[in-house]
Ligand binder design. Structure first.
Ligand code: GLY
Length: 305
């Protein structure tokens, strides 16, 4: 049985440079949707500014995700979901498509920009993914400082609801960005606090290349948001890029993998894609996914429906 796609979108065609960001698949109440869109537009504008001055897709997706990590409305960085012990533990991955270089952190304690730590992992190049105490040690060694004040009252309230026995503990609100630069390279970045009340040590899909985040110049780039265990089991971001490499348009590839996620795992979410020609596309199977897109010569487009 195929889950009906609840939303999909595509840009008009190829773009010399372009960026698409998301603020997470989930169920944002109608009264808050415009604010979620506005946050995504700010992030897309930050990324587009990098691309417009000839910057790389890698720098653009990092700039966009840092904006969203600072915005407590989203489940990433400040305001991210808390684990079963009430601790903020963050996952993030950044990847570029020219040489398939990737950097990621998992179960990272509070640092302002987990995506910047992931970028330093990519730049360092020795390993791809650091977790827990090792991730903290790497971050500190790279010049990042632990932050106070990243745990918000809203995150504490969400945890209290789950501890009181709410049926679901998937928060939504993971953030991500995909981009193509004027040199023809693509990149993807994804950052999250993961599930509300997750078991200590749980690692989601976001920091795993191929699951929640992927980039390959021969295909395109992908950032996922949704029930991470399903993205891990279905290798969803890599699967979407394989469809792009085989010739699918981004929107079609996004719809196809969202269908696969539901059919094979029963789980839901959303995904954003950029093709190697800069075409943008997305699909979701949730009530909402906030997003914003921008490309050469066009003002940002956005949605959260
Ligand atoms: N997709 C984000 C997570 O499950 O952690």
């Amino acid at each position: 049985m195929r889950e009906p796609i609840t939303g999909a979108w595509a840009s008009p065609g190829a773009h010399r440079y372009s960026i698409l960001v998301h603020g997470g698949a989930g169920d944002v109440p109608p009264a808050r949707r415009e604010a979620h869109e506005a946050g995504c537009r700010a992030a897309a504008s930050a990324g587009l500014a990098v691309l417009a001055r000839g910057g790389s897709a890698l720098d653009a997706v990092q700039a966009a995700v840092e904006v969203l990590e600072d915005d407590p409305r989203y489940n990433a960085g400040t305001g991210g979901s808390l684990d079963e012990d009430g601790a903020l533990r963050l996952d993030a991955c950044i990847m570029e498509g020219e040489h398939l270089r990737a950097g990621a952190v998992a179960v990272l304690p509070p640092f302002r920009h987990p995506i910047a730590v992931a970028r330093d992992v990519l730049n360092d190049g020795r390993h791809v993914l650091y977790a827990g105490a090792g991730a903290e040690r790497f971050a500190t060694g790279a010049g990042h400082a632990r932050e106070e004040g990243m745990v918000t009252d809203a995150a504490r309230a969400r945890l209290a609801v789950v501890r009181d026995g709410a049926s679901g503990n998937w928060a939504g609100g993971t953030v991500g960005a995909v981009a193509r630069d004027a040199a023809g390279h693509v990149a993807a970045a994804t950052s999250t606090g993961g599930m509300v009340g997750k078991r200590s040590g749980r690692v989601g899909d976001s920091p795993i290349p191929g699951a929640g985040n992927y980039a390959d110049d021969r295909a395109g780039a992908a950032s996922g948001t949704g029930e991470g265990e399903g993205y891990l089991r279905a290798a969803l971001a890599a699967r979407a890029c394989f469809y792009l490499e085989a010739g699918a348009q981004p929107r079609d590839a996004a719809e196809r993998v969202m269908g696969t996620l539901h059919e094979r795992t029963g789980m839901r979410g959303g995904i954003i894609l950029v093709g190697r020609d800069g075409t943008l596309g997305l699909a979701r199977t949730t009530e909402t996914m906030s997003w914003a897109a921008a490309w050469e010569g066009a003002p940002p487009s956005s949605g959260c429906g």
